[in-house]
Design a protein around this ligand. Structure first.
Ligand SMILES: Cc1ncc(COP(=O)(O)O)c(C=O)c1O
Length: 381
């Protein structure tokens, strides 16, 4: 057994070598530095099993309050706390299958859906039909309807803030197609859920995120733009009865039921999410969304002014660009060597920066400097 103090000093050393969001090196990930009240709450409630609301009644109380606060943005308070966008997407399709009157095992979605939809379909033996779409455009509702007619799906999935380019599918128009054909519609708003309602209000995006009559579920990650510690997400349903469909019998538990995919689950992240949402408030998320968008536009304008770059105008605060000199994978590697990590946008053969709440103008300016440097060496600048 190793000495406690030695383990602590090793941990400190490991911590010093681990990148932190506030140092400006993390510009591609959709994670962010959690709000301090969330860290405090997490530590305080580290012992709580989120799967046991009888022994830990706080779990149910805070989940209800959290769903009511965030759900007021979309017009539903029915749902459950999950571990992330992946669990929410898998559960949404699971519930869709359970409530569907159709015998079909087909899911229709634009090609821009997150990989967790492929994962969900693989896990449940579902057939996923992808509609080829330009990654910079939302799916055309008429084309989607054509696919619905042709493939007779039990569920349709669209995205409000796509992973690779931040595009927002037309939730209202797609919901009309879902209503007309009596198909379950899940809207994956893991990234956009805490941006779109505010940016829509300010006329910055033209699509709102709401439980229009044809929408059955909406997922929103709190560990992304919510600034809650990982793992934290919410899955909303249009109707209370759908929540029960995300639950399973588990007789040995005092409650007798287990909701969601995990068994024992981190109650600490639920308490922490509640605390963070209280501390920031919807008005705080609104300011944050506007600030993120402003920094994204600053990055876009700067990139646009560089002749060695081809950049796409951001819809949400995700900026995607290519170099005219390097292929995108080489460019990302070179920037990594300069201390900046970005993610790929393979569908556009481009690099992607996500302007999360921790990203400042200084971080973006350091990225621009690094980009100038790697292009200068090659004589392009
Ligand atoms: C649109 C979308 N949905 C789902 C996910 C998966 O979320 P998580 O990593 O929390 O499981 C992501 C992650 O980036 C995403 O961008």
């Amino acid at each position: 057994m190793e000495d406690f103090n030695e383990i602590v000093s090793k941990l400190k050393d490991l911590y010093s070598r681990t990148p932190k969001h506030f140092d400006g090196s993390i510009l591609g990930s959709m994670t962010t530095w959690p709000h301090p009240i969330g860290v405090y709450a997490y530590q305080l409630f580290i012992h709580v099993n989120g799967n046991d609301p009888v022994v830990f009644p706080i779990v149910q109380e805070l989940e209800k309050d959290l769903l009511a606060t965030i759900g007021s943005l979309y017009g539903s308070r029915h749902g459950l706390f999950t571990s992330g966008g992946t669990e929410s997407n898998i559960l949404a399709l699971f519930v869709a299958r359970r409530v569907s009157r159709s015998k079909s095992n087909v899911v229709v979605a634009p090609s821009t859906v997150h990989a967790s939809i492929d994962k969900a379909c693989q896990l449940m033996g579902l057939r996923l039909i992808k509609i080829p779409v330009n990654p910079l455009s939302s799916v055309d509702p008429d084309v989607l309807e054509k696919h619905v007619r042709e493939h007779n799906p039990f569920a349709v999935v669209v995205t409000a803030g796509t992973t690779e380019s931040g595009v927002v599918d037309k939730v209202k128009e797609v919901s009309e197609v879902a209503s007309k054909h009596d198909v379950y519609l899940h809207v994956d708003a893991a990234f956009g859920g805490l941006l779109i309602p505010f940016l829509y209000k300010h006329g910055i995006v033209d699509t709102d995120l709401f439980f229009y009559p044809g929408v059955s579920s909406i997922s929103v990650d709190l560990h992304k733009n919510g600034r809650a510690p990982i793992p934290s997400s919410l899955l909303f349903f249009k109707d209370e009865a759908y929540v029960d469909k995300a639950c399973f019998e588990m007789n040995y538990l005092p409650s007798g039921v287990n909701c969601g995919l995990l068994g024992t689950r981190p109650g600490a992240s639920l308490v922490a999410s509640w605390a963070v949402v209280k501390a920031i408030g919807l008005e705080g998320y609104e300011k944050q969304a506007l600030a993120q968008q402003e920094i994204a536009l600053h990055l876009f304008n700067e990139l646009h002014s560089r002749e060695y770059i081809e950049v796409f105008k951001p819809v949400l605060p995700i900026v995607v660009w290519r170099s005219r000199l390097y292929n995108y994978i080489d460019m990302i590697k070179k920037l990594f060597n300069e201390g900046i990590s970005l993610y790929k946008s393979p569908s556009l053969q481009a690099a992607r920066a996500v302007i999360m709440p921790h990203v400042t103008r200084e971080h973006v300016d350091a990225l621009l400097k690094a980009l100038d440097k790697i292009h200068e060496r090659s004589g392009f600048n």
